[in-house]
Design a protein around this ligand. Structure first.
Ligand SMILES: C[S@@+](CC[C@H](N)C(=O)[O-])C[C@H]1O[C@@H](n2cnc3c(N)ncnc32)[C@H](O)[C@@H]1O
Ligand SMILES: [Zn+2]
Length: 177
């Protein structure tokens, strides 16, 4: 595989973050300093891999694969990448930005205070969305981890499911004994 990019991207010399137990899922990443909106928090680094290799690693349950573009992904499952512990949230306080070289930067969306858990929206598509149950605890939590552009679709699907379940229940209740 020929890439115009280096295959292993590593920076993050002294990130102002710390990993620890999360109320959302497993290990999370927490601010070790205050940040203001738009501040750079940390780069998501790792090994640049092609889609075939990425599929193989996803199937092997590697949850740290970041989609870069139609050709490349970034496997963040390396020691020098604390950003891999950032959990998803439906009301995230950070966002992931990509530059022209495919590098991924996590920046603050809101004022962040030291100790706060860092989150961003994983941007998942609708494939197997019901398997991606969200435990973020945000007031607006959708219950599933999907990209912002899919939220209304999922809300409509969930409303449809509720309506179908309601109709079925009404039928059972009105059936003669
Ligand atoms: C990139 S890892 C995040 C770090 C992870 N908590 C850990 O301990 O390694 C992504 C995985 O964390 C879990 N996760 C992240 N955000 C979540 C959320 N909002 N609700 C439920 N599980 C979440 C899911 O298992 C997901 O596949
Ligand atoms: Zn949520």
């Amino acid at each position: 595989m020929i890439s115009q990019f280096p295959s292993m991207l590593t920076t993050n010399p002294e990130p102002k973050v710390v990993a620890g137990p999360s109320g959302i899922a497993g290990t999370g990443l927490f601010a070790a300093a205050d940040f203001e909106p738009d501040d750079h928090v940390i780069e998501y680094v790792g090994e640049r891999i092609g889609k075939e290799e990425s599929d193989r690693r996803c199937e092997a349950q590697n949850p740290y694969i970041f989609n870069i573009d139609e050709q490349w992904d970034l496997d963040g499952n390396i020691d020098g990448n604390p950003a891999r512990f950032i959990n998803h949230c439906c009301d995230p306080n950070c966002e992931a930005e990509q530059d022209d070289d495919g590098r991924i930067y996590i920046k603050a969306r809101k004022p962040l205070r030291k100790g706060e858990e860092l989150t961003f929206n994983y941007g998942y598509d609708l494939v197997d969305w019901e398997d991606h149950v969200c435990n973020c605890g945000a007031a607006n939590c959708l219950g599933y981890m999907v990209a912002v552009e899919h939220i209304e679709t999922i809300k409509a699907k969930l409303a449809e499911k509720d309506a179908t379940a309601g109709t079925a229940l009404a039928k059972v209740e009105s059936a003669p004994e």
